[in-house]
Design a binder for this molecule. Sequence first.
Ligand code: MSP
Length: 673
Amino acid sequence: MAKRYYITTPIYYVNAAPHVGTAYTTLAADAFARYHALRGEASWFLTGTDEHGMKLEREARKRGMGPRAFVDEMSARFREVWPILHVRPDDFIRSTEPRHMERVQKYWSRCVARGDIYLGKYTGLYCVSCEDYYTEKDLREGRLCPVHDRPVEMLEEETYFFRLSAYAQRLLDFYERNPGCIRPETRRNEVLAFVREGLRDLSLSRTSFSWGIPVPGDPKHVIYVWFDALFNYLTALEDGPRHEQFWPPDVQLLAKDILRFHAVYWPAFLMSAGMSDAELPRTIFSHGWINMEGKISKTVDESSAARRRRLGTTDPKRIAEILGADILRYFLLREVSFGEDGEFSHVRMIARARADLSETVGNLLHRALPFVTKYFDGKVPYAPRESLTDVDTAVIACAAESAKLAASEWDAYAPHRALEATIDLARAGNRYFDENAPWVLAKNGDTARLATVLYHVFELLRSVSVQLWPAIPERADALRTQLGLDALTPRVDADLWPLPWGGLAAHTAMAPGEPVFPRFDKVSEAALLRDLGVEDDVVERVPAKQKARTQAVEQPSSTDGSPGVIDYDADFSRIDLRLGKVVAAEKVLKADKLLKLTVDLGEPGGPRIIVAGIALSYTAEAMVGRQIVVVANLAPKVLRGITSHGMLLACGPNDALSVVTIERDCPPGTRVK
Ligand code: MSP
């Protein structure tokens, strides 16, 4: 039987509309679900809305509505936005649905039967936005909630308690036996530290409002929203075959704001309801914040809201309308290291899509397709196996390696690295294209070799289309259409991850068309940014984070022509510096300053060509065997008819340059940092 894969997002509060932050978790979950479905697994992806509690009751009243009408309207906004973002949940649960409410009461009764729920009195400081009590020491100065910066309220109520204190040791034992149950490691350590301090019993019901699930047998109490909400992951599967197939979740995604609820309360509730280790969620994965000069959230004060408005819209629907949903998806999944915080910026979003998608993947496709129209009647050219050269087999190996690497990164919840491996493959495809110069083959009438080269380019792009599909399904399918392939449709038990080389059948009709990815030239970029609501001065001063930091240390940038202070995450980490070994070198004809270097960067596709302006300082022979430092992710550039795939580092005057090297031997490809 096929492996099954069950993934969840938090159910979102409906007190405000979806934004880029809530979209982040949901589209990441969608990408993981798609990846696992592509691998032939039976995948189930659940999202939904959290609709009970004092906060929602108050918000509805503020708008002059009853809570039911209010949550209906707001929940619909979540349900509607997901397809626009190419998010395809298998189920969407609302905590106000009978299927949920009835089952929550059932689990409540189980915990009562276990002796874990008892009646008592609670006095405490309550944050309505968190729907949670705080102790004095957790609060910010002025008795403000540490998450929302809002005043907390003193509440006293008769309440049912959950005997959480009795679960501390059982939880610690569970974490110990299941090291992967809270990820990443730093978050796991935080949870361990929290539980080791000891746990207090948890207030589990409210009498101060009525918009919630009544406590069985005592309806003046409603069930605490977190007990109510957490059980959605279980109640949504209902009782029966779906529950049998999918419970427990393989991974539950959320951000650190609600880690404690998921990593402490939730397993304790399940244990109390009678579940064993094997029935508890396998991984709680806490990703970072998406920030835009502070965390993007719906509860922000007026001044930060005004400041943020100048940076452009955070409405995912609007972004999808203007740029296309896949551009947003790609940016968030590629640019942000999953598990760490990331800065949201429209300028960066466009820059990332331009560099990786338009100028790398799209560029390769749209350079290769015209040859097919002109020389092969618009059909996939035939490449006889026996005519393959070493460069062709190297490109085949490179595609296999990339598929393997990307798969292991998707498996490890590192979409940013998976996509990096995929784009590296497209880069290798561009190098292969340049080095085999199809335009020369066409001019010389070498149609057989031309066919082989083009076939390899298209087959490589087929692999890229599959690898991109979890992240950007719509554009990946558009790429496939032009290659003459069907859209991807996952099937249980069929592993569609890049099939062995040769998936593209010769002689099938290709369908060249409009650019698969927008071109984003300067003019269109400016217009798009205006539509996205980004103010002009913001565009000029990007990266905003860089400027903020620069000012903070009172170091005005560039009084002496130096670029000023940069930020590690936002700036430096984007430069891929690698150690390279020069395996061959020759002078570039009719160019005094240029050497053509063949540099091994440990890449499966073989060495790269780098053209370097060092010929006045080094002979070709002197360069062979040297270890050099290369900017490996620089856009390719043609110099004297040769495409250079990177740049080496050197310093000094042009005729006495000194090439940057390292002191001890390191394998080619080692990251320089
Ligand atoms: N209703 C509760 C969850 C109950 S789950 C049993 C809740 N809802 S929420 O609407 O506030 O959503 C919080 C979640 O939304 C975060 O944990 C995270 O998954 C996502 N995010 C909201 N803003 C975000 C960012 N700015 N950045 C990253 N994730 C964001 O809490």
